[in-house]
Design a protein around this ligand. Structure first.
Ligand SMILES: C[S@@+](CC[C@H](N)C(=O)[O-])C[C@H]1O[C@@H](n2cnc3c(N)ncnc32)[C@H](O)[C@@H]1O
Length: 264
């Protein structure tokens, strides 16, 4: 583990429990006085309870149907307070600490302003597991990734020859934590956006990689047209995978003189 003293360490716990925690992270957690954590899997919580540090569950700050941003601010404040008053302090998060984790970025910025020494350690992300489940290697055709609401707001152009992952699809059209109930309407604008670049019959996947070593990943394939009707399958851990268009469809557009999918 890197030399020196850090007031705050931000680490990831992997996706499938303690077997996916790196030895580097394990060593850092061993030295901490306080461990704040955002993780709900019992195995991960049991693992953290094995350290001598005081534990603080930050996931309990979320309230269903309430805004996420004030929760991120409260998490940031709690970690920085202990970073100042009771170092060394850690924030341990599900997955990789820099993959779609707003509080990690907020803590880094504020810690710099406060003169606190911070470090972030890499970890296994859902991306690493999904690459296995979906047989994805960016070496082949590249890989594009967006947070779903970023894509809805800024509408980046997608290249149909490049596979795409849309993260946090369960939060489409919402800044709230797990806003229930979900309806097909939540996914209509998303489907229409994707239809600008991919045909209606294009087969996409709702993917949830296994969160326990003995569990199976859950990958449901459906056409883009049917995405809104599958709203009830879309949950907090779902990532939407849009494969690149197959050669057959690309060639068919040449044969028909059609250079882009028809608008929805
Ligand atoms: C707040 S982000 C946290 C990601 C996490 N830091 C990581 O490294 O994987 C939550 C989003 O990550 C993705 N995600 C998390 N767990 C997943 C899983 N088991 N399978 C598929 N996607 C997952 C989903 O897009 C979900 O909405």
């Amino acid at each position: 583990v890197s030399e020196g003293f850090y007031d705050v360490s931000i680490v990831g716990l992997g996706i499938r429990g303690p077997l996916q925690v790196t030895r580097e992270t394990d060593e850092v957690l061993r030295s901490c006085r306080v461990i704040h954590y955002v993780a709900t899997e019992p195995d991960a919580v049991d693992y953290l309870a094995g350290f001598r540090a005081e534990l603080n569950d930050l996931h309990r700050l979320y309230t269903v149907g309430r805004e996420r941003m004030p929760v991120y601010r409260a998490m940031t404040e709690a970690v920085l307070r202990d970073g100042r008053e009771r170092p060394p302090t850690a924030l341990a998060l599900y997955g990789h600490p820099m993959m779609f984790v707003t509080p990690s970025r907020m803590i880094r910025v504020k810690a710099d302003l406060l003169g606190l020494r911070t470090r972030v350690l890499p970890a296994i992300s859902a991306l690493d597991c999904l690459m296995v489940d979906l047989n994805l290697d960016p070496n082949e055709h590249g890989l594009v990734q967006y947070e779903v609401n970023y894509a809805l707001l800024y509408r980046p152009s997608l290249d149909p020859n490049v596979p795409c992952l849309l993260w946090q699809v369960g939060s489409a059209e919402s800044t709230l934590y797990a806003m229930p109930p979900r309806t097909p309407n939540r996914f209509v604008r998303l489907r229409n956006y994707l239809r600008q670049f991919f045909p209606a019959e294009h087969v996409v996947a709702l993917a949830v990689t296994a969160t326990r070593p003995e569990a199976e990943s859950d990958v449901t394939w459906l056409t883009l047209r049917d995405l809104p009707d599958a709203y009830y399958l879309i949950q907090g851990l779902t990532t939407l995978y849009i494969p690149r268009v197959g050669r057959r469809w690309a060639e068919a557009t040449l044969a028909s003189g059609e250079c882009a999918p028809r608008p929805p």
